[in-house]
Design a protein around this ligand. Structure first.
Ligand code: URP
Ligand code: ZN
Ligand code: ZN
Length: 487
């Protein structure tokens, strides 16, 4: 009988902190040993010349999710997870989205019914809270947090999803009490509506005006407000899909004050610009997402944010709506920018794009790449050290990465259920050859190797709430100014 199920030999292991030569032995789905001459195995993989990374964690993606206008994403949990796996991911965290009037319990059950039989990689759920009723805040949400749904997203825009500041304070203070993470889509709804009305009444309805109506000020104002509300509630907060430099500055400024504010950005803000929304005819619809891509200077500011402490998490925000009547044109063939479904796909290209343009072009170290694409998300969302680590006892979630594999991105090689990729024609160097989840080889020889439904649901931990230590220059939350009983 062999000592191990699998040994990965001769590769260079990269974690968020270290880079070293080591073999990895796997037994019963976990990493059992690191070193050399580890013993016999049922199967060996030669990783000579390869980087051996923790499997990616895509912490923001919309899979088999209905929008507030009842539009279903093009990917279900099968196509979405297969595409994620081909891009080096072993875990993803889509949303169980509450629409107004719905019970959170029902929403979570539906998400499980959809994901369990289909996902080929491990999964957890963030909740979306659009209707924080007394029952949601008093019963459902506390119970769900304790059952492992320890993060939830709230919206400051979108008519049917947004909550007001009063409701946001309710959510934040509950999150504070239970050690959960609030994620926020920070854009000022009134600013967007005010600009949109002016544009549409003057006949400016083409896709490019989506970017005009979602002015960076809408994003920076809402980001600063969200940070202030989190300060008031003494709660941690993660601002998702940041695109505007001023919003990034607000996050960095808060973090420099010692506040538990976190930031996420996405490929669309590094590799696309508002000019993409101005492509011929209605092509610009392919690039309509919120917040929208900005300009070249904005891209550079977002790149800087990946290394200067602004952003901890790099997610895809994969929101797949096809370039047809089931997606972008569900409101008709020639919609105004207001009626184009928001979102871009990118779950498979997230890691290769960042590797190629980040590590390959000297903007990021290998360790920063691992932190941004895996380890930090595991830590922030209560999955570490089970996920996001190459360590004895961690799940054997590994991407064996070929740093020299040159590929030209085209939709024909992507495994999602979309009919376009925003990154068509981009040349990238570096892509995973083999992807392993809990010791199961999911991708090998450019082929899916596992059955649908073989991924597992992950319950996530909460953090024991610890108040930020008061110091001379740290702003005090109400726990200190009014007393804990107020919260
Ligand atoms: O445009 C986007 N990002 N659509 C997806 C939904 C969201 O707000 O993340
Ligand atoms: Zn959002
Ligand atoms: Zn999103």
């Amino acid at each position: 009988m062999s000592d191990f199920d699998l040994v990965i030999k001769g590769g260079t292991v990269v974690t968020a902190s270290d880079t070293f030569r080591s073999d990895i032995a796997i037994k019963e789905g976990e990493i059992a040993a690191l070193g050399h001459n580890l013993g016999s195995a049922n199967r060996e993989i030669d990783a000579d010349g390869m980087l051996v990374l923790p499997g990616g964690i895509d912490a923001h993606c919309h899979i088999e999710q209905e929008s507030s206008t009842k539009l279903m994403t093009a990917d279900d949990f099968y196509s979405g997870s297969v595409s994620a796996a081909f891009g080096g991911n072993t875990t993803f965290i889509p949303f169980a989205a509450q629409h107004r009037g719905q019970s959170l319990r029902d929403v979570v059950k539906t998400a499980h019914d959809r994901a369990g039989p289909k996902s080929v990689i491990d999964f957890a759920f963030h909740l979306i809270i659009s209707d924080p009723t007394e029952n949601v805040l008093g019963q459902e949400l506390p119970a769900l947090i304790m059952e492992g749904y320890s993060s939830f997203k709230v919206y400051m825009t979108y008519e049917m999803l947004k909550i007001d500041d009063h409701q946001m304070l309710d959510v934040l203070s509950l999150a504070r009490r239970y050690g959960a993470m609030t994620m926020v889509h920070a854009e000022n709804n009134d600013v967007i509506n005010w600009l949109s009305e002016r544009l549409v009444t003057r006949g400016y309805t083409a896709p490019k005006y989506h970017a005009v109506s979602h002015n960076p000020i809408a994003e920076s104002e809402a980001s600063r407000r969200a940070i202030d509300l989190a300060r008031l509630a003494d709660a941690k907060l993660l601002i998702v899909h940041v695109s505007a430099p001023e919003a990034a500055h607000a996050i960095l400024n808060a973090r420099n004050q010692g506040l538990p504010i976190y930031g996420e950005t996405c490929p669309q803000y590094l590799f696309l610009t508002a000019d993409d929304l101005d492509r011929d005819g209605m092509e610009g619809a392919k690039f309509c997402c919120s917040p929208p891509p900005r300009d070249k200077a904005g891209q550079e500011a977002i790149w800087r944010g990946l290394t200067n402490g602004t952003f901890q998490v790099f997610s895809s925000d994969h929101a797949p709506y096809r370039y047809d009547e089931t997606g972008k044109f569900s409101a008709g063939p020639n919609p105004t920018f207001k009626k184009i479904a928001n979102g871009v796909p990118g779950i498979e290209t997230r890691m290769p794009l960042l590797f190629s343009e980040g590590v390959g072009k000297g903007r990021l170290s290998l360790n920063e790449f691992v932190a941004l694409t895996s380890t930090n998300a595991a830590k922030i969302y209560g999955l570490h050290p089970r996920k996001g680590a190459i360590a004895i006892g961690s799940d054997a979630d590994i991407a064996i990465w070929d740093p020299n594999w040159k590929r030209t991105i085209s939709q024909s090689m992507i495994h999602d259920n979309m009919d376009y990729t925003p990154y068509e024609g981009m040349e990238v160097t570096g892509w995973p050859r083999t992807v392993i989840n809990q010791g199961r080889i999911v991708i090998e020889d450019e082929t899916l190797q596992v059955e649908r439904g073989s991924g597992q649901f992950l319950e996530r931990k909460t953090e024991t709430p610890t108040p930020a230590a008061p110091s001379d220059d740290a702003p005090l939350g109400p726990r200190y100014t009014f007393g804990a009983d107020l919260m």
